[in-house]
Design a protein around this ligand. Structure first.
Ligand SMILES: [Zn+2]
Length: 362
């Protein structure tokens, strides 16, 4: 427990600070809701008044409709004017941010670590929200955390909380195994960037529990997510994607565009809410004779896989043949990794001490 809770201050001060941290978190959370929607669309975040109208009836919202957390509760999750249901996600993002701010205050006190925690929480909330929405972690979130990592690395030279190079080792220590997982398709590039940035911030000792918690939660949550997809959707996605890949490649070959003999090329992408997004960056021209028409592939997938949401797709072409097509529901790891990162930031030392204790090492 931290300075303001150790009894040296009258009890009213901690209460005031807790209320302030919760309120600040709720207000910031309300702002992050806007960021989560706008960042992937590359829209400016300034002048964010998109919640000042009801999404259904367009009625101008008053101050009472816009109080973070409380408006949602008092209005019973419905628009005051047209009674349309309001998505609970706004309320959840506000509540999660408020609770994380409060928890950080309680454990870190009024220190520079608290300021870093507030920025870290904001970046993790946006990373998680965008990952849930779009199956990608915006690199701006990782950049913000990297900046925090650089600040703490410089600070460690003066404060000596850990050797400065522990931060650098932290960035590499986790980026390498996560990079390997990403190569096998278990994670996305955004996950690797996020963990490397977090490694720089936390140092190598604390990034280990962060990664451990993230992976365990991800495995549990991932299984639940995978089981929630109706069987017929999975089956349809599998059959259709093979069919489409073969038809598309046959079309390409007709235009004299093909994978060069003895070359292997994989085409990656995702299908999100029935909209496919195949990335051309893996289309190495050294492997191809001519330029494959990726737009055509996207259009064919869009037309057929309308029921599919949040699926990852990869097509492997070897020796001028379609040799492997996978189309499966992807686990969104960002939120789980974020929980791991924040937990390790706040309680990493406690977790390590506990773990070494039960394993009998110390
Ligand atoms: Zn309305």
């Amino acid at each position: 427990m931290s300075n303001i809770f150790d009894g040296t201050f009258p009890v009213v001060y901690p209460v005031i600070f807790v209320v302030l941290a919760f309120t600040l978190g709720a207000v910031i959370g309300s702002f992050l809701n806007v960021v989560i929607i706008r960042v992937p669309r590359h829209e400016p975040i300034s002048g964010a008044h998109n919640r000042s109208h009801c999404m259904s009836c367009g009625h101008q919202l008053g101050t009472l409709d816009l109080v973070p957390i409380f408006s949602y509760i008092f209005l019973g999750g419905k628009c005051r004017y047209c009674k349309a249901k309001i998505s609970p996600r706004y309320w959840i993002v506000e509540l999660v941010t408020a609770c994380a701010f409060t928890l950080s205050l309680v454990f870190l006190g009024l220190t520079v670590w608290l300021a870093i925690a507030f920025v870290l929480i904001a970046a993790l909330v946006v990373a998680s929200g965008v990952d849930i929405d779009r199956m990608e972690i915006p690199y701006t979130c990782s950049i913000v955390i990297t900046v925090l990592g650089i600040i703490t690395t410089i600070m460690s030279v003066f404060i000596g909380d850990m050797p400065w190079y522990d931060h650098l080792i932290g960035a590499v220590a986790v980026a390498v195994p996560f990079g390997i997982l990403a190569m096998f398709g278990a994670m996305g590039g955004g996950d690797v960037q996020l963990m490397a940035a977090a490694g720089l911030l936390l140092g190598w000792k604390n990034i280990i529990p962060a990664a451990g918690i993230g992976i365990i939660l991800g495995a549990i949550g991932g299984c639940a997510e995978l089981l929630s997809v109706p069987r017929h959707v999975n089956k349809l996605a599998k059959e259709k994607s093979v069919e489409i890949a073969e038809k598309w490649y046959a079309n390409q070959k007709e235009k004299d565009v093909y994978v060069l003999p003895e070359k292997t090329e994989a085409i990656y992408g995702s299908i999100f809410k029935g909209k496919s997004d195949i990335e051309a960056e893996c289309m190495d021209t050294k492997c191809w004779n001519g330029t494959p028409d990726i737009d055509e592939l996207n259009a064919m997938l869009d037309a057929e896989l309308t029921e599919v949401s949040k699926f990852g797709i990869s097509i492997v072409l070897t020796n001028e043949k379609v040799t492997k097509v996978t189309c499966k529901r992807q686990v969104v790891f960002g939120p789980y990794l974020s929980v791991g990162i924040l937990t390790a930031y706040l309680f990493g030392d406690l977790i390590i001490a506990w773990y070494l204790g039960i394993s009998g090492i110390v």
